[in-house]
Design a protein. Structure first.
Ligand SMILES: Nc1ncnc2c1ncn2[C@@H]1O[C@H](COP(=O)(O)OP(=O)(O)OP(=O)(O)O)[C@@H](O)[C@H]1O
Ligand SMILES: [Mg+2]
Length: 343
């Protein structure tokens, strides 16, 4: 990966492949994903439903049910440790205090029969070895920090007594309780209304700076991406098809797939404020049971060349592009589109 920084990556993923055993054979969900994430970097991962975003994230956390999941190749190096060969105990510790996570549905992550105070203090006691009193004080601070009003008394409430946005804030409080170096948010604001979503994104931006965390933010929402990403990674059929600095991806996309996603934006220059969903691109994603030999996007790509159908393009530095702007494509998008639709 071309990163000119002299810093050591916080996370290094190399050639990660994951498949699921099913009645119809193997579903090839993640296919040769490699990238680096630097400390304090915010990486947004976008792509259509089924492109392997969540499976890739769950692999980092070793939260996939194995079986039916099987990690068939790869290395995941995080903060000096190899995760794919790590012990259960190491992964348990790491999920407590190395990597925080927030998912789409907080109700399924929070325990409905325990007060939220109990749930936060348990994490602090277990992973930070705090005693009950210290954990309680810290839990109130955390709730206050994620802007739960009247935290000192609300700490005794149960999950159902909070709104959806508040529950997501509570999940964030739990995720950051032990000062993780990486926060993974998978569709964390998808179920929320626009205002609440904007507030939560603002909160995560502040926390990222305060705590010097790296963030992996998985979303369908390009408006969110424009607002928070340093780097954008576009996935298709379990692989990275384009990756680069956020401005490069928005202003100078090189993959026809990225171009298709961006083409739907009402006004790219105003994307910071807009709530913009990925549009439907004509055609269907490939059958992950039997991936084609060539570029999996070729059948849907109006710019595909013969080579696209025969040979899979590697992810490599895009021509005349910013360093670290990588694309997997045999065609040169600039020549075929003249950027008319995103200019
Ligand atoms: N337990 C499972 N058994 C079989 N296939 C699975 C399983 N979990 C995920 N898959 C398949 O793996 C592929 C990638 O799924 P993944 O959840 O990573 O997609 P995604 O990009 O997160 O999509 P979305 O945007 O809808 O969340 C999909 O084809 C999915 O059907
Ligand atoms: Mg997902």
């Amino acid at each position: 990966m071309t990163d000119t920084s002299t810093q050591t990556p916080l996370l290094q993923i190399r050639d990660l492949s994951v498949r699921f055993r099913t009645d119809r054979g193997h579903v090839h969900a993640v296919n040769g994903v490699s990238y680096d994430l630097m400390p304090n970097e915010t990486l947004c991962i976008v792509g259509e439903s089924g492109s392997g975003k969540s499976v890739h994230a769950l692999s980092i956390l070793r939260l996939l049910p194995e079986p039916p999941a099987e990690i068939t190749s790869g290395r995941i190096h995080f903060d000096g440790r190899e995760l794919l060969t790590a012990s259960r105990q190491t992964m348990f510790d790491l999920r407590g205090n190395g990597i925080g996570m927030v998912f789409q549905n907080p109700m399924s992550s929070l325990n409905p029969v325990l007060t939220i105070g109990r749930q936060i203090t348990e994490v602090l006691r277990r992973h930070m070895k705090m005693d009950g009193r210290a954990a309680h004080v810290r839990a109130v601070e955390l709730l206050d920090r994620v802007r739960i009003p009247d935290a000192a008394s609300r700490i005794h409430s149960y999950p159902h007594e909070f709104s959806g946005g508040q529950r997501q804030r509570i999940m964030i409080a739990i995720a950051i309780a032990c000062n993780p170096r990486l926060l993974i948010a998978d569709e964390a604001t998808t179920a929320l209304d626009v205002t609440t979503q904007a507030e939560i994104i603002q909160l995560v931006r502040e926390l990222k700076d305060e705590k010097s965390m790296a963030v992996i933010w998985i979303t369908h929402d390009l408006g969110v991406v424009a607002g928070i990403a340093d780097t954008v990674q576009v996935m298709y059929a379990g692989a990275i098809v384009e990756r680069g600095p956020v401005d490069a991806i928005f202003n100078d996309p090189r993959s026809a797939y990225t171009f298709g996603l961006l083409n739907s934006l009402p006004d790219v220059s105003d994307v910071h404020g807009a709530r913009t969903r990925l549009r439907q691109i004509d055609g269907m994603p490939p059958d992950l049971h039997a991936l084609p030999a060539g570029d999996p996007f070729a059948p849907r790509n109006p710019y595909a060349t013969e080579r696209c159908f025969l040979e899979r393009p590697p992810l490599r530095q895009a021509e005349d592009a910013e360093p670290g702007h990588l694309v997997a494509a045999w065609y040169d998008l600039r020549k075929v589109t003249r950027r008319e639709a995103v200019g």
